[in-house]
Ligand binder design. Structure first.
Ligand code: FPP
Length: 235
């Protein structure tokens, strides 16, 4: 959700004003997912690297998250959104953890949209954590090293059983993945737009989805093989 700061700067306002406007884009994107039947959404809200920001901005972000969780939780429950946190709890303020726990608990039965909120998240750190969990199992004899597979790594990541993302949207024209779901995006389609996150609403999201629909996903196969598979699927 990049570009909040630049969006605010263009309006001669402080960065927090941009993050506030970014929350409206969060709401708009969730609404679209519900309306269009998109079953999974991951929002990269605060990375491991974001701790390097001025503490006043970090504090303001926690305030905004708290406000969002307070105000939107009943709406999320009503619409069947299931909230899940990905990232490390250690380091997060206690009240944020409490609110996240409450959101996770109260939305646990939601089946319309699985919403992963990445907070204090880093893709490399997630892989290190998975390797440590697997190593412990090997050490205690529960897991045979020769049985370690891609699936083993998958199931030890925060994202667990959730399928790999089909589409990664990067706003504000930056061409990098910034430590986001590094393992999971091996075959993800990437869409980069110059639009700043606070301007990323229904129309921009639709453009991204339409662009995605025009892609041919081959997963290492040839076009002919992909076509044959699609025909077999239809018949
Ligand atoms: C990056 O833009 C944005 C963030 C680090 C924060 C994103 C957080 C929100 C939109 C609000 C809360 C989210 C939820 C899920 C309720 P930037 O500040 O790096 O922008 P810049 O690159 O233009 O400076």
């Amino acid at each position: 959700m990049d570009g909040n700061g630049r969006w605010a700067k263009k309006r001669f306002r402080n960065r927090v004003y941009g993050h506030e406007a970014g929350i409206d884009s969060v709401k708009a994107v969730i609404k679209c997912c519900l309306e269009w039947g998109i079953p999974y959404l991951t929002l990269y809200a605060f990375s491991k690297e974001n701790w390097k920001r001025p503490s006043s901005e970090i504090q303001a972000l926690w305030q905004l998250m708290k406000r969002f969780l307070h105000a939107e939780l009943p709406v999320l429950v009503e619409h069947g959104v299931r909230v899940v946190h990905i990232g490390d709890r250690e380091g997060l303020p206690e009240d944020i953890c409490r609110l996240l726990d409450e959101a996770v608990e109260k939305t646990a039965c939601g089946s319309s949209l699985y919403l992963q909120v990445a907070l204090n998240y880093g893709g490399r750190q997630e892989i290190v954590r998975a390797v440590r969990l697997i190593a412990e199992k090997v050490k205690s004899g529960v897991l045979d090293p020769s049985a370690i597979s891609v699936e083993t790594i998958n199931t030890h990541l925060f994202t667990g059983e959730v399928p790999d993302p089909d589409l990664l949207i990067r706003t504000s024209g930056e061409f990098r993945v910034s430590n986001f779901l590094l393992w999971q995006i091996a075959y993800t389609e990437i869409y980069i737009t110059d639009v700043l996150w606070p301007d990323f609403r229904e129309r921009e999201f639709l453009k991204a989805v339409e662009d995605y629909q025009r892609r041919e996903r081959r997963f290492g196969m040839t076009s002919e093989q992909v076509e044959a598979r699609e025909i077999a699927h239809l018949s």
